[in-house]
Design a protein around this ligand. Structure first.
Ligand code: PMV
Length: 315
C-alpha cells in the first residue's frame, strides 16, 4: 500500500484578528511558502504505531502509545478515529513541517487539518470538507480554549476567506496578485494568553474595548471590498488602521511596532501584526518594486526571518 499523504499550507490573518473572537468578521489567506505534510504507512502487526516528527522544535521518533494525552498529534488522531468509529490498524506516521511554531502562521491548525485528512483516508473514509474542518476545530478547541475557528477554516479550504464565527465562511475573489512580505520578530507568546488578556480588558473596561473591536470590524468590511476590486493602496491604508487598533487593544509589542515602522519607511503600502500578537510575524503589503528594500530594511531592524510571498489571484 503506498503512503497516504496530506499536505497543507500555513496561513495568516490579513485583517480582523482578536475582534473575530467576538464575532466580528476577519480575512485570512493560505500561505504556500510554508507547509506541513503528514504521511501514513501501514505497520506490521508486531510493530508499534509510531510517529516520526521533523519540524522546528521536535525531531524525534516516538511510539504513539507514549504521546501525552494532551499532545496535539494524539488529540487529532483520536478525534478522527472517534468520529469515524474505527480504530486504526498499526501505522507509521511522519510529520514534516516548515511552519514555525506559535508564530501566527497556523502551525497547530495545519497539524490538525492534515492529520484529520490523512488519517481518515488511511481508514478508507472520504470525509466531506466541512467534516474535516469541524474535526480540526474540535482539536483546536481542546488545545486552545476558545478559538474563533478561522485558522482551521482557511487551512482546510486553502483559499482566501471572509470569516465570521457564527455566520459565514465565504471565499474571497482576489482581483489581482498582491505582493506581501512576512517578517518574524523572533519573539513568541502563546495566542491563548493574548486572547485571555483581551477578554479581561473587555470585561474590566468595555467602554474602551468595545469601540476598538467594532472599528476593526468596519476595517475588515472595507478591506474585503478593496481586495475584490484590486485597490492595493486602499488595502495598505486599511492595514495601517488595523495595526493601530491592535496597538490600542494592547496586543502589539515594541518589536512588532519596529518592524511595521521600518516596512512603511521603506515603501510598503501598509503593514500590521498578524495573528495573536505580542511577537510572531507581521505582514506588509508592497508594490513589486519596493519588495527588496522593504525586506532588507526589516532584517536591518531585527527581523529574524523574512518571507516574500504573494496573495494569489483567485476566481
Ligand atoms: O496566533 P494565531 O495565528 O493562531 O491567530 C489567532 C487569532 C485570534 O483572533 C487572536 C484568535 C482566534 O482564535 O481567532
Amino acid at each position: 500500500m503506498p503512503a497516504i499523504i496530506s499536505k497543507v499550507p500555513g496561513k495568516i490573518i490579513l485583517f480582523g484578528e482578536h475582534a473575530v473572537v467576538y464575532d466580528f468578521p476577519a480575512i485570512a489567506i493560505p500561505i504556500d511558502a510554508v507547509q506541513l505534510k503528514v504521511s501514513i504507512l501501514p505497520a506490521f502487526m508486531e510493530e508499534q504505531s509510531t510517529i516520526r516528527i521533523r519540524n522546528f522544535n521536535r525531531n524525534e521518533d516516538i511510539p504513539f502509545s507514549e504521546l501525552e494525552l494532551s499532545d496535539p498529534i494524539r488529540i487529532s488522531i483520536e478525534n478522527v478515529c472517534t468520529f469515524i468509529n474505527l480504530k486504526p490498524p498499526h501505522f507509521k506516521m511522519t510529520i514534516t513541517s516548515s511552519i514555525p511554531i506559535a508564530a501566527g502562521l497556523g502551525s497547530s491548525a495545519a497539524l490538525a487539518v492534515a492529520i484529520t485528512k490523512c488519517m481518515s483516508q488511511f481508514l478508507g473514509i472520504n470525509l466531506k470538507i466541512e467534516e474535516i474542518n469541524s474535526l480540526a476545530f474540535k482539536s483546536e478547541e481542546i488545545q486552545h480554549g476558545l478559538p474563533s475557528g478561522i485558522d482551521n477554516s482557511v487551512i482546510t479550504f486553502s483559499k482566501p476567506i471572509f470569516f465570521s464565527k457564527t455566520k459565514t465562511i465565504s471565499p474571497i475573489k482576489i482581483k489581482s496578485p498582491i505582493h506581501i512580505i512576512l517578517a518574524d520578530t523572533g519573539k513568541r507568546t502563546l495566542t491563548k494568553e493574548v486572547v485571555a488578556f483581551v477578554k479581561q480588558r473587555l470585561e474590566s473596561d468595555p467602554d474602551t474595548i468595545k469601540p476598538i473591536l467594532s472599528d476593526i470590524g468596519r476595517i475588515v468590511e472595507k478591506a474585503v471590498k478593496a481586495l475584490c476590486n484590486g485597490e492595493i493602496e486602499k488595502l495598505g491604508t486599511l492595514m495601517i488602521s488595523n495595526h493601530n487598533a491592535l496597538r490600542q487593544l494592547g496586543v502589539s509589542s515594541i518589536e512588532l511596532n519596529r518592524l511595521v515602522k521600518s516596512a512603511l519607511k521603506n515603501g510598503a503600502l501598509g503593514a500590521k501584526l498578524c495573528g495573536g500578537g505580542r511577537g510572531g510575524y507581521m505582514v506588509a503589503i508592497c508594490m513589486p518594486s519596493s519588495c527588496e528594500k522593504v525586506s532588507s530594511g526589516l532584517i536591518s531592524v531585527g527581523a529574524t526571518h523574512v518571507i516574500p510571498t504573494m496573495i494569489k489571484e483567485s476566481k
